[in-house]
Structure formats: structure tokens, C-alpha cells
Design a protein around this ligand. Sequence first.
Ligand SMILES: [Zn+2]
Length: 250
Amino acid sequence: MRLVDTHAHLEELPDLELALAEARAAGVTDVIGMGVDGPTSRRVVAWAESRPGVWAAVGHHPLNQDGPDLDLLRELAARPRVVAIGEIGLDHEDEHRGPHAAQLEWFHACCRLAVEQGLPVCVHVRGSVREVYEALRDHPGITGVMHYWTLGWDWARRFLDLGMYLGFSGVLTRAGRQELREVARRVPDHRLLVETDAPWGTPRGRKGPMRPAWMVDTAKALAEIRGVDLARLAELERTNACRLFRRLKA
Ligand SMILES: [Zn+2]
């Protein structure tokens, strides 16, 4: 089994080497680390360039106080181990952070960069689903993944229609998530992805911060919901990850 963790925050893990070794042993052979600002984007690219199985996304999280360093992101995006622009998006639930108008401006700038570089986007949505949908619609040709998907089928269908993939996290393993399970059942084979968002998104039954190895729990839940075996689900997920993140190679 060679699953791809399509969204993790490597700089937040207490012991990166241990986390990667443990992930490989569990069947999660590749991990895409997110950049949330200039410094973390730089760092994740350095890790991707020095460690097999680690890939980088460079981006600018909506909860930053200042705008993105687009020259730096453009320079990093050209490196072969950079597979996406992310994490980017809109967050309207944390009122202490960047104003919504500024977030929208940064998001559009990063989407333009992604289209220009021919890279997919990893998109954060919180309290902002309509705004994110409308913004993505302004960028014809954009591809990417709606990371940590937790919403129902109506919105899922719209993002799928835009050409986006859905990233399922440990939330899928938790009790009382009927709407999300319904999405997991209905999403077409070729549009599903799995992720951890480590160190967040701990699955049901595990204790402590999330780690890439525990993504297997989510993959199992997804396989069970879809009525396929885990090996088949893993193969599908890897195929999808390699199709969307074109620079990701076996
Ligand atoms: Zn994230």
C-alpha cells in the first residue's frame, strides 16, 4: 500500500524523521507538506529536496497578518519538488486575523500564480464556502483540492463541477458525520483524495496530535463507506494524487 498524505504541516510535527518513518511503515509512502507563509514554504521545499517521499506545496494561509511574498512563492514554485500552491483560501471564522477583503486579494493572487505555473491549489475553507467558490470560478483552468472537506453534497457537487478534488481527513472517522459520509460515498472515484492536516484532524480512537501514519484510519473508513477493499482504495488515491499533483512521481 502506497498512500499519499496530500496535506500535512511538517513544521508542526515534533519529530519529522520519526513521523516519516512511521508513515512509511504504515503504508503512507508520500507526504505533501504545506507552506503557510514565506518561511514555512522555504522550509518545506528544503525538506522535499532532501527527503524521498516528501513533496512541497508553497502558499499563504488566509490567517496571516500580511500579504504573500509573491516573488518568493513564484521562485519556489518553479522547483521540481513543488507540486502545488497551498495552503491558500479564505477563513471567515477567526475574526482576529486578516480582514476579509485582504484575504480575498491574497487568494486571487495565489490562484493566478497557480494557473500561471500550471500547478494545482490546496484550498482552505472555513465559514467562507460561497466566497471561495465564487473566487475559484474566476480562474478558468484552475485545478486543485478542497482540503479537509467537511460539508454536504450540495457544495461538494459544485466544487466537483469546477474540476476540484475533495480531500477527506480524520473527521470522516468521527461519529455523527452522516452528511460527510454521504459525500464520501458519492464522490466519483477519480476525484477523491485523503489527507491528515497533521498535527490536526486526529481520527476517532487515537489520542494526541495527528501524524501522517494515522491517515490509514481515514483511508479504511473511506474504503468501508465505498464498499471497496483498502488496497483498491489506496491504489485509487495514489493514482488521483499523481494525476492532480503532476510533479509527484513514484
Ligand atoms: Zn492545513
